[in-house]
Structures are given as C-alpha cells and as structure tokens.
Design a protein around this ligand. Structure first.
Ligand SMILES: [Zn+2]
Length: 466
C-alpha cells in the first residue's frame, strides 16, 4: 500500500472527517511530499547529510544534534526543538527508526490530541477541505510564508489544491460520479467570458425527453481529448448540440432547443444559454456528469426574476430528463447530481444547508432570482424526493457517509433486534406447548422468541427423542 493511502486510513481511523484528513494531508504533502525520511532541503548541504544518511545517523546515535539543529524533518517537517525531541522519544520508545511511517503518524495523532486539541476538534468535524487545509496551515505547520501577506494566499490556495486532490482520490472511492470535461467553447455564453464568485449551485432538469448527454454535449476540433470524449459521449447525429452559437430559444411556455435565426431579435440573445455541467447517459448507457463551462464562468441558465438573477451567483447543471417513468434512471441521475453538488460545495466552501445555496430552478423563481420554470419539481417528487432530501444527501456525501452499514453497526443492530425479540413476550402464541416442552425437559423455555443455534437444536432433538 502506498504511503498516502496508509496515512489516509490512519487519520480516518483516528476520527478525522474525510475533509479533515485531506486538509491535513495536503499540508503534509506540501511540507515533505509525504516522505517520512525527508530532511529539509536547505539543511542537506549545511549539515552535510542526505535524507538517508541523516536518518541513519540519528537512528544509530552518531548524530546527536537532531533536536536542536533547526532542520525540518519528516512528514510534517518538524522543526521546533521540543517537537523534534518528542518525536525522537516516540521512536526510541518503540524501538523504531525516526523515519518509521507508523511512528510519525502516531506521533502526529498524539500531537493533535495533546498540543493541538482545538485543531483536532476542527479536523474531526469539518466538511470543508478548504477550511481544514487553512486551519492546518495557520495553526499547525506555520511555514515562513504565513508571515508574508503576499505569499499567504498563494500558499493557502496551493495547499488546498493538494488537499482537494487527496479528497478526490480517497474520500468517496468508487462511488464518485464520473466527471468528464468538455468545455463548450463555441457557445456564445462561453465566448462572452464573464466570471462569478460562486455562492451556490442551481439544479435544473432539461424538460425534454432525452437522457443522452450527446444531445447537448459534443467536442469540437479544438476540444482537448476530442476522440476519447466522442467515444464516451457518442456522436449527436442531429447537429443540435450546445457547442455552437445560438442554439437555444424559448417559445411561449414550452422550451424548444434548436437552431433559430435571431437576426430580428438580436437584443434578446445577448446572453446565450449555457450551464456549467450536464448529468445524463453516456453512449454505453452509464450515467455521468460532464463539465461544460469553467465553474467560475458566468452561465446563463435561469433567466431573471423579480430581484435579479442567480446567473450572477450560482454554478448550474442540467440533469437530462427521460420520459420521467424510469425509477432506475432517476436513481442514478439523482445520485450523480448529489455527488456533483457535493463536490462543488466542497470546492467552493459552500454550506448546502445555508439559505439559498443549493436550490433548483423553481426554488430560484420563488426567491425572485430566476424565471418561472418548474424544474426540478416536475420530476423529483414522482420518486418521493424533495430539494430538502437532496440537500441532506449532499451533506451526507460531503461527510463521506453512505447508506452502507459497517459491520460494527450491523452487529449492533442485530443485538438490538434480538433484544427486541426477547422482550416481546406479549405476543407468545405457543405458550401452552412451550410449557409442555419445558415440563418434558426439552427446553428451558427461556428467550422463547430468540434464534435457536445448531447446538440447541441438536440437544432439543435428542431430549425429545429420549
Ligand atoms: Zn431550469
């Protein structure tokens, strides 16, 4: 197993949330590349050591200035004399090398529990990778760049970026929604090139019976990975995809998507509609998401309401509708939408439960920041889902929780179930015969509603035959 996976597992088992573990690991990566033998580069020449020779000299006792030499060492690049002394003591107590991965991660956990308790509490509760990463930077690592305001923001961004990478790799494993990238560079909305500071996510559904992503998303000649994208998406045979100019128009209350000559109404098409992503079926029938605009690009997806427009504030995606009668497709598309939203909230530090953050198009209309469209209430309620359910599932996903029971939980439930069975005396339908069996010495009559083991069954069979 790789160092990073070992560290991840140990941090999770220590009670850190996936976001907390990722935030810590992004910082460790920035400090040491997750190499527990790492001697601060600036000190290699100064002390005349490499990572290996320094480690060996500390381990065998020929180098005695480990604690006070001022050189950063190990996963967290421990530098302060008291912290290095404690690390050395931890290694010696266990008879292990100073570069032992277990020693260092256990020491890290011990430091969090003792000297950095408030930080540990944060890392055990946060669902924000960004928050976790910033807290570790400012409270735990405090590299020199923290004191330079010009460099601080860049350092924060870089470390949060590493943290996001660990989160993406380990937090949800294979449950992650498959996310492709096919930016619609020919769409007028893309060309208009405005940016937003994302404050939320707006969920749409297309209102047209076509679950295939290729209907809307197609690469052009200049799109990176074009061949692979076309293989995965399939080719749109009708040429009415959104990666071109002027592709979308409203006609009375029914939205129609297609070509149209706008020459007479140019003022109305100043902003061409485009969303940041689509969720739908790939050519092989599996459900995936495709990013179609940079996330901080100003999309045009919800029109204008009485108080303004969420185009200025919200990242948006369309879930491709089918004929709304297939529960399997709904379940997959809904789940992909939850995961995509969770990823975006994580990335932009958004609280999905905060007012107006994760909303659908109709929510936006009611809030006065969108045109009057029904999506997603034309679809979700058919399968018993509300936007409150959606938001709650986004939160669970961000915490790395899923619906699977752990074995420990299952055992706990099993114990509870058996206790309930035992307690359930009122409904004993076999009172008389059970009493007779007790009299005949076949059973002791205890726990009449609980399971019988093979041993008990064998003994009862013997006694009743006797
Ligand atoms: Zn909509």
């Amino acid at each position: 197993m790789s160092n990073d996976k070992i560290i991840w597992d140990k941090l999770i088992s220590a009670g850190l949330t996936p976001a907390g573990a990722a935030g810590l690991m992004g910082n460790l990566y920035a400090e040491s590349g997750l190499n527990p033998q790492n001697l601060q580069n600036a000190y290699e020449a100064k002390l005349g050591f490499t990572d290996e020779t320094y480690t060996a000299a500390v381990d065998n006792g020929t180098y005695t200035n480990f604690t006070h030499d001022g050189a950063g060492y190990g996963l967290a690049q421990w530098t302060h004399p008291s912290r290095k002394a404690a690390l050395l003591a931890h290694a010696k107590n266990q008879g292990r090398s100073i570069c032992d991965l277990d020693v260092q991660v256990n020491f890290l956990r011990w430091e969090l529990l003792t000297m950095f308790k408030p930080l540990r509490d944060k890392l055990c509760t946060t669902t924000s990778v960004r928050e976790a990463s910033d807290c570790v930077l400012l409270q735990f690592e405090r590299p020199a760049s923290v004191n330079d305001p010009d460099k601080l923001q860049e350092t924060k961004d870089r470390r949060a970026g590493y943290a996001q990478g660990f989160y993406g790799r380990f937090a949800k494993g294979e449950n992650n929604v498959k996310l492709l990238t096919c930016i619609l560079t020919e769409n007028d909305c893309y060309k208009y090139n405005q940016t937003i500071k994302p404050k939320g996510v707006m969920v749409h559904s297309t209102g047209a019976n076509n679950p295939l992503l290729r209907r809307y998303v197609q690469p052009v000649a200049s799109t990176p990975g074009r061949t692979d994208l076309l293989a995965q998406l399939g080719t749109n045979p009708n040429g009415n995809h959104w990666n071109q100019t002027r592709v979308y128009v409203y006609t009375d209350k029914t939205r129609t998507v297609g070509y149209r000559d706008y020459s007479k109404k140019l003022k109305q098409v100043l902003y061409e509609p485009c969303v940041h992503a689509f969720v739908g079926r790939l050519a092989d029938g599996t459900v995936a998401a495709v990013q179609t605009l940079p996330w901080n690009h100003r999309g045009w997806h919800c029109g204008v309401g009485s108080k303004g427009t969420a185009n200025d504030t919200h990242i948006s995606f369309e879930i491709c509708e089918d004929d709304l009668t297939d529960p399997a497709y709904f379940g997959q598309a809904y789940r992909a939408a939850v995961e995509l939203t969770a990823m975006l909230c994580q990335q932009y530090d958004l609280d999905p439960l905060a007012d107006g953050v994760v909303i659908c198009h109709q929510d936006g209309y009611r809030r006065g920041v969108a045109s009057n469209h029904g999506d997603v209430y034309n679809w979700f309620p058919r399968y018993g889902k509300t936007m409150d359910d959606f938001r709650a599932e986004v939160v669970r996903t961000m915490k790395g929780e899923d619906d699977m029971l752990t074995y420990e939980q299952w055992k706990e439930y099993m114990d509870r179930y058996r206790q309930e069975l035992r307690a359930d005396h009122d409904q004993c339908w076999a009172e008389e015969e059970l009493a007779a069996a007790v009299t005949a010495g076949i059973t002791d009559g205890k726990r009449p509603h609980d399971f019988v083991t093979r041993e008990e069954a064998a003994i009862m069979a013997l006694r009743s035959g006797g």
